[in-house]
Design a protein around this ligand. Structure first.
Ligand code: ATP
Ligand SMILES: Nc1nc2c(ncn2[C@@H]2O[C@H](COP(=O)(O)O)[C@@H](O)[C@H]2O)c(=O)[nH]1
Length: 216
C-alpha cells in the first residue's frame, strides 16, 4: 500500500487498549483470558507479581511473577507498579513494564485484576482502559466452580465465597457486564467487545491521514 496510516494487513494504525477482565473469584476470568490469548495474537497478558504461592500448573513468569513479601516491598519502594492491592490475604501488582510505550504502537494488553486495580488503572488512563466484569450465573455455581477447580483448600474457597458478594457489588464500575453461563458463548461476547473497542474512532490514529487521502 505504501501509506503509513495502514498496518500490513490493511487496517488503520490505532492506539492499543488496556482490556481488563474482573470477576468474583471462580467466575471464569482466567479461563476467558487464556481463551482470548489463544484466539487473538494481538493482545498480550500483563503478568502480575504476587506474594501468593503458585497453584499446581502455574508457571513463574507466565501466569504470575511469584515473589516474596520482601521482593514485593522492594518493588513498591522502587515504584515498579502501575497499581497494586491486597486481595485474599496476599498482595498482587501490575508491573509498569512497557505498557505505555506499547499502547502508542497499537499493542493491546490484557489485565486479569480485581476491582481495586481496575479503579487505579482507570484513574491513571481513562481513554485506554476497557473494563469488563464477569458474573457467575449463581452463587451455587460459583461454589461448584471453585470446588471443581481443585486448586484451593476448603478454607481458601470459603474465604473467596465470603468475599463474592462484596466483589459483585462493584459491577457498576465497569463498562461491560457479562454472565458466564456457557463459557464459549461468554467468550464470543468478550472477543466481540475487544474487536469493537479496537474500532473506536478515537483509537484509530490512522483515520485522519486515511480520510484525507480519500478526499484527495
Ligand atoms: N462457563 C463455565 N462453566 C463451567 N465451568 C467454568 C466456566 N467458566 C470457567 N469454569 C471453570 O471454573 C473454574 C474457575 O475458573 P477460573 O479459574 O477461570 O476463575 P477465575 O475467575 O479466574 O478465578 P480466580 O479469581 O480465583 O483466579 C475453572 O475450573 C474453570 O474451568
Ligand atoms: N489489583 C490487582 N489484582 C490482581 C492482580 N493480579 C491478580 N489479581 C486479582 O487477584 C484475585 C485473586 O487471584 P488468584 O490468581 O489468586 O485467584 C483475582 O481477582 C485477580 O483478578 C494485580 O496485579 N492487581
Amino acid at each position: 500500500m505504501g501509506d503509513s496510516s495502514h498496518t500490513s494487513d490493511d487496517r488503520l494504525h490505532r492506539r492499543g487498549l488496556m482490556f481488563i477482565l474482573s470477576s468474583p473469584s471462580g467466575a471464569g476470568k482466567t479461563t476467558l483470558s487464556r481463551m482470548l490469548l489463544a484466539r487473538d495474537s494481538e493482545i498480550k497478558l500483563s503478568v502480575s507479581a504476587t506474594t501468593r504461592p503458585p497453584r499446581p500448573g502455574e508457571v513463574d513468569g507466565v501466569h504470575y511473577h511469584f515473589v516474596s513479601p520482601q521482593e514485593f516491598d522492594r518493588m513498591v519502594e522502587e515504584d515498579d507498579f502501575y497499581e497494586w492491592a491486597h486481595v485474599f490475604g496476599h498482595r498482587y501488582g501490575t508491573p509498569k513494564g512497557k505498557i505505555r510505550a506499547g499502547l502508542k504502537d497499537g499493542k493491546d494488553v490484557l489485565f486479569d485484576i480485581d476491582w481495586q486495580g481496575t479503579q487505579q488503572l482507570y484513574q491513571k488512563d481513562q481513554q485506554d482502559v476497557v473494563r469488563v466484569f464477569i458474573l457467575p450465573p449463581s452463587l451455587e455455581e460459583l461454589h461448584r466452580r471453585l470446588t471443581g477447580r481443585a486448586t484451593d483448600s476448603a478454607e481458601v474457597i470459603a474465604a473467596r465465597m465470603e468475599r463474592a458478594r462484596a466483589e459483585i457489588s462493584h459491577w457498576d464500575g465497569y463498562d461491560y457486564v457479562i454472565i458466564n453461563d456457557n463459557v464459549d458463548v461468554c467468550f464470543e461476547k468478550v472477543h466481540a467487545i475487544l474487536e469493537a473497542e479496537r474500532m473506536k474512532r478515537q483509537r484509530q490514529t490512522g483515520l485522519i491521514p486515511f480520510v484525507r487521502g480519500l478526499m484527495g
